[in-house]
Design a protein around this ligand. Structure first.
Ligand code: GAP
Length: 531
């Protein structure tokens, strides 16, 4: 197992690089930030857009080939962030989208109850006597026991000191009885009994629509993009030529008032999702679940993520929502979870739950008349009653749901490569398709006709790829900067360019350099970048 220091170091380095180079900044930075909110800087927005476009391309414009050998059909949607609040009653979010919370009456701090780990610490005094020091609660993590011992030691010193005997096991706060909970010493206090019982805390952000702020005008910022798709199911069936099975894809912002936003952009309060709802006949749902499971893993691998850093984690029966027949997560080995994995995407078999709920709450019919099935049944000689019963149904839904901003984090972690031999000591090994800047273009020196040639090349190349022209500082420093931001290629115009029309092309991963003719730069880069 990687030692925790190295793990947190890697994450610290990535966060620091993100700020230094303009990938991700703390939101409201000049006001000391706002916990759980992040801004995507000049490079971050390019990286995010590249991932977004690749998902859209592979879902909507060029979706996978289905089991019948033909491309599946998926259409796009961009629905409102704020919908009629009945949406969230029907979906179950108003009643059930919550985390158990514990408040500290003394410090007013709030914790997720299932993130608090508790254990009894004892102290062995100098004379050998063993005394109980108390039940301590600490935030879950690799260093939970270490934190607990530190705190117990602080308490023991006040009463004569001794050696701390750590608890043999840690128990989540939620698993303790109310009597045991009352004895717990909270993470930021030294006395027991300041923590409240766990209470449910809804994660949806509330707002008001219109001039009057009352219960009647209350609305919610969407906590997922999925519901906008279910609300438009009827519109799409009625106004387009889609036939079941088909999918509806949407990318956009979602908001959750997460109790403990953490691990940089992994869990934030405002984030972006890429979700697709696949509507299919109920008796084909399991087949499509398996199909999307395989397709989604292929898609993540197409981004250049190492296979050993991705796994499937099938949800156990007790984890499943009551309406779900199966759910699997695609997990990534983040530096802060290594050697374990953390969620990146969920693929859920949602049955007919969502459409049925919205039909019930809206009073609209959200079932589907399957004309093709009707004809097939007729051909098979089925009776009228059977045909009627089977050709109108509520479609089942398979949902691959992933985080766009979480995908940005994955590509940042995957690309971060230490290399002590370079001036930058590291480089970002982005797959060229996702690299925010594809090519740096430099005159070796800012005189002798070199800037004019380099700028002309830049003006040509920038119409094909994202390029940066840079004439300042030494060439070594310019290469180092391009390594830091992960530009796969650098082109340098030098003294020889005027003599023989060649430039130097430097390749990021190998740092190898070769001379090629100015006229060959575009075809060369085209070939290299389309790999
Ligand atoms: N419609 C289903 C749904 O929203 P989810 O597992 O809650 O399912 C899907 O979210 C994906 O959205 C997650 O796998 C994750 O990548 C991303 N996501 C969820 N909450 C997030 C948060 N607070 N910050 C960043 N990404 C988040």
């Amino acid at each position: 197992m990687a030692d925790p220091e190295t793990k947190s170091n890697v994450m610290e380095q990535i966060v620091s690089l993100c700020k230094r180079c303009g990938f991700v900044y703390r939101a409201s930075d000049i006001y000391e930030g706002l916990n759980g909110f992040w801004d995507y800087g000049p490079l971050g927005v390019l990286l995010k857009n590249n991932i977004r476009d690749w998902w859209w391309r592979n879902m909507v414009e060029c979706p996978p080939i289905g089991p019948d050998g033909h491309p599946v059909k998926i259409v796009g949607l961009d629905s409102s962030i704020i919908q009629n609040p009945k949406t969230w009653i029907a979906s179950g979010h108003v009643g059930g989208f919550s985390d158990p919370m514990v408040d500290d009456r003394e410090t007013k701090h709030r914790y997720r109850a299932d993130h608090l780990m508790c254990g009894l610490a004892r102290v062995q005094r100098k004379g050998g006597a063993i005394e109980e020091l108390g039940h301590f609660a600490v935030l879950s993590g690799d260093d939970a026991v270490e934190l607990l011992v530190k705190k117990a030691d602080k308490l023991a010193r006040k009463t004569g000191g001794g050696e701390i005997l750590p608890p043999e096991t840690l128990t989540p706060f939620t698993k303790l009885t109310p009597e045991q909970q009352k004895l717990v010493i909270g993470p930021d206090v030294m006395t027991p009994g300041t923590l409240t019982e766990p209470r449910d805390f809804n994660l949806m952000f509330e707002t008001y629509v219109g001039a009057l702020q009352s219960e009647d005008s209350k609305a919610y910022l969407r906590p997922e993009t999925a519901q906008g798709i279910f609300l438009n199911f009827k519109n799409i069936v009625d106004t387009t030529r889609v036939k079941i099975p088909f999918g509806v894809a949407q990318i956009g912002k979602s908001f959750r008032n997460e109790v403990t936003p953490r691990n940089f952009i992994f869990r934030s309060r405002e984030f972006e999702q890429m979700e697709m709802e696949w509507f299919c006949p109920p008796d084909e749902a399991l087949k499509w679940y398996e199909f999307w499971k395989a397709e989604r893993m292929k898609w993540w691998l197409s981004m250049g993520i190492k296979p050993e850093n991705l796994i499937f984690r099938e949800h156990e029966a007790k984890e499943l929502a009551f309406y779900s027949k199966a759910t699997v997560d695609i997990e990534y080995r983040y530096p802060f979870t290594a050697p374990e994995f953390g969620e990146l995407e969920g693929i859920a078999h949602r049955g007919e739950y969502d459409l049925t709920q919205h039909a019930k709450h809206s009073g609209q019919k959200l079932d589907y008349f399957d004309q093709e099935l009707q004809l097939k049944l007729k051909e098979q000689g089925a009776g009228d009653e059977e045909i009627k019963a089977r050709s109108r149904y509520v479609p089942n839904v398979i949902e691959p749901a992933s985080g766009l901003t979480r995908a940005v984090l994955v590509l940042l972690c995957e690309a971060y490569t230490v290399d002590e031999t370079r001036a930058s000591k590291m480089f970002m090994k982005f797959h060229p398709k996702f690299a925010p800047i594809k090519c740096g273009i430099f005159p070796l020196v800012n005189k002798d006709g070199m800037p004019e040639i380099a700028e002309k090349l830049y003006l040509d190349l920038r119409t094909h790829f994202t390029c940066e022209y840079d004439a300042k500082q030494t060439i070594g420093k310019r290469y180092a900067r391009m390594d830091e931001i992960g530009a796969p290629f650098c082109i340098t115009v030098d003294g020889q360019t005027k003599e023989d029309g060649t430039v130097t092309v430097r390749e990021r991963d190998t740092m190898s350099q070769q001379r090629i003719l100015l006229d060959n730069v575009l075809p060369y880069l085209n070939e290299q970048l389309s790999r």
